[in-house]
Design a protein around this ligand. Structure first.
Ligand SMILES: [Fe+2]
Ligand SMILES: [Fe+2]
Length: 467
């Protein structure tokens, strides 16, 4: 899910010290990125069919034009703002959308189409890396310094502001989810959680106001934009219902972890009101996770009940490739673990997870090769890039030990969701080996997630030491 938009808190009004201005080099790079955005956006708006041909895909021209409108908005934002951090993060979210579209749209039936797609994917990955680096650099220049010496109360307000933005994005995603999901029970679940989320946003805002703070307008606008963007490409992808449920599951896990952290931040600040609010919301997020877990069976049936045996085998491979992409993202995120963990015990758990993920990725790859000997390394890479690139996004966003732990928890649940879908698909196809592999890995991921939860307190303490 392009849940993918937890925008940095740095621009919030709660920072305590003066921000350091970004360097001239950063400014020059940002101008370049802004101009690139405008040029690409114009091409997508005025020549959508030519752009689709260029990347070798069958794409709906309206979708390409919408992506173009997003590019132009980012370009204007980057070029006109003195500190375009939020717009740069908006571009990162947009890059992730582009990768998802590239990875899931149908290839054109013409020679060289695959080569064009691979070249386009490589180019978008390159641009994503530039955008991520630049955004992180701006955020660091403007924010890391402002976090130095935060008191428990300031840290609490900062985190509350983050959670407010998380809820705003949840609202943007949940509003259209009932129309997309194709199952009445899950549609009801999404509707119910939309109402809960509206209340949650109100409660978090009240706590911010209790501390004389208010949410950042720019940040929330970008968050909402990200939520809408997610829905745009969720519609464009195959197996929409399944993907929606798996990504929502991961998002709810991130929220749950966020409120677990908030309880601890509020306790340290001696704010009983926020402790009570966080506990209430935490319970609602957990319940939503359980509703989505119950939905796995249903969405798998929706995706595969009408498949021929041949199609079903292809679906097993596709789901294997998807969990492989999730594992790669987990590895990418954890590679940063050493720098951001904040304490030796957390560092250790991330190292263990890293080894496990590498091992699981190998097992999945072996299975994929056995079932589909034609899968080349490059195609797999293109597919991995096309998966929602949470790993990359989280890597750029997770600036404190507490946020990092919450993101790792979310990625673990993205994987769990992916394996749950793969397991059901393999079962339908009579593929016991893959099903057993899923059972083993799911159990391992769940125990990793539980183990990480035990260390949330350590992550909160480490956040004070690291800032
Ligand atoms: Fe929420
Ligand atoms: Fe939620």
């Amino acid at each position: 899910m392009s849940t993918a938009t937890m925008i940095p808190t740095r621009e919030g009004r709660v920072s305590t010290n003066a921000a350091v201005p970004p360097s001239a080099t950063n400014e020059g790079s940002a101008t370049g990125v802004g101009l690139f955005s405008l040029a690409l956006g114009a091409a997508e708006i005025f020549a959508p069919c030519a752009v689709a041909r260029l990347v070798g895909l069958k794409l709906n021209p309206k979708l390409v034009q919408l992506l173009g409108a997003r590019e132009v908005a980012s370009g204007v934002g980057i070029l006109t703002q003195k500190r375009p951090t939020s717009w740069l993060w908006g571009r990162v979210a947009g890059d992730i959308m582009d990768l998802a579209v590239l990875g899931t749209a149908r290839l054109r039936e013409e020679r060289g189409a695959r080569g064009k797609l691979i070249a386009a994917s490589a180019a978008v990955i390159g641009v994503t890396l530039i955008d991520t680096t630049l955004s992180a650099r701006y955020a660091t220049k403007g924010g890391k310094k402002s976090a130095i010496g935060r008191t428990p109360r300031e840290q609490l307000v900062h985190f509350l502001s983050d959670m407010y933005s998380v809820e705003q994005q949840a609202l943007a995603q949940l509003i259209s989810a009932p129309e997309i999901v194709r199952d009445p029970q899950l549609a009801d679940d999404f509707r119910r959680h939309y109402t809960e989320t509206e209340q949650q946003a109100g409660l978090v805002e009240q706590r911010l106001k209790a501390h004389g703070a208010s949410p950042s307008a720019i940040k929330n606008a970008v968050m909402k934009f990200g939520g809408k963007g997610f829905l745009l490409f969720a519609r464009a992808m195959p197996e929409t219902s399944g993907r929606l449920v798996v990504h929502s599951y991961s998002y709810e896990a991130m929220e749950w972890a966020g409120y677990e952290m908030l309880v601890r931040f509020a306790e340290l600040a001696g704010d009983g009101g926020t402790v009570a609010t966080a506990k209430l919301i935490r319970a609602q997020e957990r319940t939503m996770m359980q509703r989505l877990e119950r939905g796995f069976d249903m969405v798998e049936r929706l995706s595969h009940a009408d498949c021929s045996p041949q199609e079903l085998s292809e679906h097993v491979c596709r789901h294997l490739a998807e969990v492989h992409a999730f594992e790669s993202q987990h590895v990418m995120l954890l590679q940063k673990g050493e720098d951001i963990a904040g304490s030796p015990i957390l560092e250790n758990i991330y190292r263990l997870q890293l080894n496990e993920s590498r091992k699981d990725a190998r097992l999945v790859e072996e299975r994929l090769q056995k079932l589909n000997s034609g899968t080349s390394k490059i195609e797999d890479t293109a597919l991995a890039a096309g998966g929602l690139n949470w790993g990359l996004f989280f890597q750029a966003q997770s600036d404190t030990p507490a946020k990092f732990a919450a993101f790792v928890y979310a990625v673990l649940h993205l994987e769990i969701g992916g394996y749950e879908m793969l397991k059901r698909t393999a079962h339908r196809n009579g593929d016991d080996t893959t099903e057993q592999l899923c059972d083993r890995i799911i159990a391992e991921k769940r125990s990793m997630a539980d183990g990480l939860t035990e260390l949330f307190g350590a992550a909160v303490h480490a956040t004070f030491n690291s800032t």
